[in-house]
Design a protein around this ligand. Structure first.
Ligand code: NAD
Length: 292
């Protein structure tokens, strides 16, 4: 893993530090859970194929489990697996009482319908928040197990005392994983929200109005200085791998002089997302064992 320098610039959101704080809280929670129930929370992960970044993300999630005291169960399929096989495994995990959380690493190969797979995860074990019941609850403002990345963003905003109410929020990207849930969660907090995507005409005309700009397109360096409002808060969610290094969607050096706050890549939204996943797994375990 790439060693990052310590963050000393107050404009840079130190996602690793925030993640460490979440994990410290989760670890304590796990200890309480174990002493009360005599069992550890268990997260089952499902990885399909050999996509190197996906393999790395699953490994990082397993490492995080180890740090906080969650047991992780590793399930793998080859990329040509039939959708039914994945669903069969999910059905088994759904009814195993010792499994508290189920995570299917995305993206899945093209022949598999991710939405169908997500529909099969029992809502109470859906620690990634992608099951339509959890998504629907979020849509009506009842946030429980919600997607981890936008939850991390909302948490970071509150840690920096930024109230989204009345703010202009622009989200670049309209996927079910990041863009749409980020927009809904900010709307739930009374922001004025615009969602842009690959078919948006004149992206800049939208992004430069944003008090809070969330970029999740997966296009390296998409956002330049002239596309950002002076004093904006910018969350860079995008990850592009190039030459074994990761790059965000925001041209960091170009944009930094203009922003109030910015999350870097790496070391921003990514670690927070994993820490929130840990938090969700403990919450799911507590709920299933009637501790909440
Ligand atoms: P996706 O491919 O499902 O969606 C990409 C979105 O970006 C789409 O809505 C598309 O219309 C939009 N888009 C693409 N090119 C664009 C352009 N030129 N201008 C405007 N919009 C454009 O991806 P996703 O799953 O939402 O993930 C987005 C990025 O975030 C990826 O790089 C992914 O790796 C990363 N990601 C990071 C984390 C994390 O924890 N840091 C979590 C999830 C996803």
């Amino acid at each position: 893993m790439e060693q990052l320098p310590e963050v000393t610039d107050p404009r840079i959101i130190d996602g690793r530090k925030i993640a460490q704080e979440i994990e410290a809280r989760v670890k304590k929670d796990v200890e309480g859970f174990v002493s009360e129930m005599g069992v550890k929370p268990v997260l089952a992960t499902i990885l399909v194929g050999e996509h190197p970044p996906s393999k790395l993300y699953v490994k990082l999630k397993h490492w995080a489990c180890k740090r906080v005291g969650i047991i992780s169960e590793d399930h793998k399929f080859p990329s040509e697996v039939a959708q039914d096989e994945i669903i069969k495994l999910i059905d088994t995990l759904n009814v195993r009482p010792e499994i508290h959380g189920i995570l299917v690493q995305l993206p899945l190969p093209k022949h598999i319908d991710e939405r169908v797979v997500m529909m099969h995860i029992a809502p109470e074990k859906d620690v990634d928040g992608f099951n339509p019941l959890n998504m629907g609850k979020m849509l009506i403002g009842h946030e429980g197990l919600v997607p981890c990345t936008p939850k991390g963003i909302v948490l970071a905003l509150s840690l920096f005392n930024i109230d989204p109410q009345g703010k202009e929020v622009v989200v670049v990207g309209h996927s079910n994983v990041v863009g749409k849930p980020a927009a809904i969660m900010l709307l739930n907090r009374n922001a004025t929200v615009r969602i842009c995507h690959v078919f948006t005409k004149d992206l800049k005309s939208h992004t430069r109005d944003a008090d809070i700009l969330i970029v999740a397109a997966g296009v390296r360096g998409l956002i330049k200085c002239d596309m950002v409002k002076e004093g904006a808060v910018v969350f860079d969610v995008g990850i592009t791998w190039f030459d074994e290094k990761v790059y965000g969607d925001v041209d960091f050096e170009d944009v930094l002089p203009k922003v109030k706050l910015i999350s870097p890549v790496p070391g921003g939204v990514g670690p927070m997302t994993i820490a929130i996943l840990m938090e969700h797994t403990v919450t799911a375990a507590k709920k299933q064992l009637k501790l909440l």
